[in-house]
Design a protein around this ligand. Structure first.
Ligand code: GAP
Length: 454
């Protein structure tokens, strides 16, 4: 946990992530991205879009509404069964997830996903599992609580006006399958991707932004013929892993984890887990979904979800291979992976975020050696900021300014000195090696662009 606490502190002090509603003592499990964090998260989302939409030959992006017709959630099964098994402590009146209690008690050795509610109750009773809040073992029976947030539409709140905040972005992709296919003249196999907010009324054990009630998902549904679906499932497993490696994750910090329990319609499902400072945890999922989603929407909407193959005249409902990753959970993993403490020759500790330059919040920091060089420095700043995110700092010693940039992972620092006024050259310092070279101001844009390529 050591580094985790340090990362949480760094996030607050260096403008990555602040507690939500901070001046009102917060709201549990809500977080606000600050000026540095929003750049990092946006860059991560851009990198994902580049790999899964821009560079993918047959994938199309959409941006569907958060609110959807309530029938969507009946068709998807969320209204009936998107719930967590929860029980209340009769002594201190706090509510807890029964599956979490078992997982924590058994240190992951018992898998509550494979148990019925009755079996979970019995296990908790037999092992006298105590309430994490008050330490007593006096539980109500388990009840399933739906995770969807609901609100009412219009001026009256009658039940027919009940609408939900979407708990996943995937349904926007399913319901638009034929809209995208027809408008883009897409041929199966093809993909639909989107990035957007999702909401779940989770009881969470904290862990910063790992599990929150409002979060962003980056989801990609691949529509294909049934007999090719397992091949594509394997391809997406690899593509999901390659994407993480391309962001700079070390292979030994990632692993596949097959699901123990499969949905009745699925042939396979797995997560990629990341070794967070809190242990191995799910980072993303790859799910073989058969033709379940489109079939259910056909059934509930009464509209055909059939695809007509223009070559064979075959009519069928495609299978889906889903790849889903949380943008916030990935941002947290990126920060954990990038965090480093280096002991320097002079014995000082340098905290440095080794972000891949393409996702670093700022690409360059402009640092005039002295305040009376600020006019020239601002000229360089104005020029570079037309091309990428640049930050400017003239306060404090140059050493302290380098440290501040290291802590937010700025890959290059440009110092303006008196020679700059004479020969239009600057010193550029590399974050990771700390090596410095002299370069012409006119060459800066090309130099930086080369370094931040992705
Ligand atoms: N459409 C499939 C789906 O939503 P999921 O496994 O429930 O599958 C996919 O979620 C990903 O979304 C997870 O792997 C995780 O990265 C992210 N995620 C899910 N719930 C989250 C939460 N409460 N807070 C942050 N991220 C979450």
């Amino acid at each position: 946990m050591g580094n985790f606490d340090k990362i949480v502190n760094l996030c607050k002090n260096r403008g990555f992530i602040f507690p939500g509603s901070d001046i009102y003592d917060g709201l549990a499990n809500t977080w606000d991205y600050g000026p540095v964090g929003v750049e990092l998260k946006n860059n991560i989302k851009r990198a994902w879009w580049k790999k899964f939409v821009q560079e993918a030959h047959n994938s199309f992006g959409i941006d569907a509404d958060i609110f959807m017709n309530s029938k969507v959630w009946e068709a998807s099964g969320h209204t009936a069964s998107f719930s967590d098994p929860k029980m209340d402590c009769k002594n201190c009146k706090t509510r807890h997830r029964a599956d979490n209690l078992i997982e924590e008690y058994s240190k992951g050795k018992v898998n509550p996903d494979l148990m019925t509610n009755e079996e979970m109750e019995q296990y908790i009773k037999d092992n006298h599992i105590n309430c994490p809040k008050c330490g007593k073992s006096d539980w109500t029976s388990i009840r399933n609580f739906n995770l969807m947030f609901s609100t009412s539409r219009g001026v009256t709140d009658e039940s027919q006006n009940l609408i939900y905040l979407r708990p996943e972005t995937a349904q926007g992709e399913f319901v638009n399958f034929l809209n995208v296919q027809r408008s883009m003249r897409a041929k199966v196999p093809f993909g639909i991707a989107q990035i957007g907010k999702a909401f779940r009324n989770e009881v969470t054990p904290g862990n910063f932004t790992f599990r929150t009630i409002e979060f962003e998902q980056m989801e990609h549904q691949w529509f294909c013929k049934a007999d090719t679906s397992l091949k594509y499932y394997e391809e997406f497993k690899k593509k999901a892993m390659d994407f993480l490696l391309s962001l700079g994750f070390k292979q030994e910090h990632l692993r596949y984890h097959d699901h123990d329990k499969l949905a009745h319609y699925a042939k396979a499902a797995c997560d990629i887990q990341y070794l967070y400072p809190i242990g191995w945890e799910e980072l993303n999922g790859i799910h073989h979904r058969g033709d379940w989603d489109l079939s259910r929407h056909q059934e509930f909407s009464g509209k055909s979800m059939m695809y007509l193959d223009p070559y064979t005249n075959e009519k069928y409902i495609p299978n889906v291979v889903e790849y889903s990753i949380g943008a916030d959970r990935l941002t947290l993993a990126v920060m954990c992976e990038a965090y480093d403490e280096e002991i320097l020759d002079n014995g000082e500790t340098r905290v440095v975020m080794h972000f891949h330059p393409a996702i670093a919040p700022y690409k360059v920091a402009i640092l005039p050696l002295q305040k009376n060089l600020s006019e020239k420095a601002m000229e360089v700043y104005s020029n570079l900021s037309k091309h990428f995110m640049v930050t400017y700092d003239e306060a404090g010693s140059i050493g302290k300014r380098y440290r501040r940039q290291d802590e937010i992972g700025t890959p290059m620092c440009v110092t303006i000195d008196f020679d700059t006024l004479e020969d239009n050259t600057v010193t550029i310092r590399d974050r990771d090696t700390m090596e410095q070279i002299r370069i012409k101001i006119n060459d800066l844009v090309n130099y930086v662009n080369e370094k931040i390529k992705y």
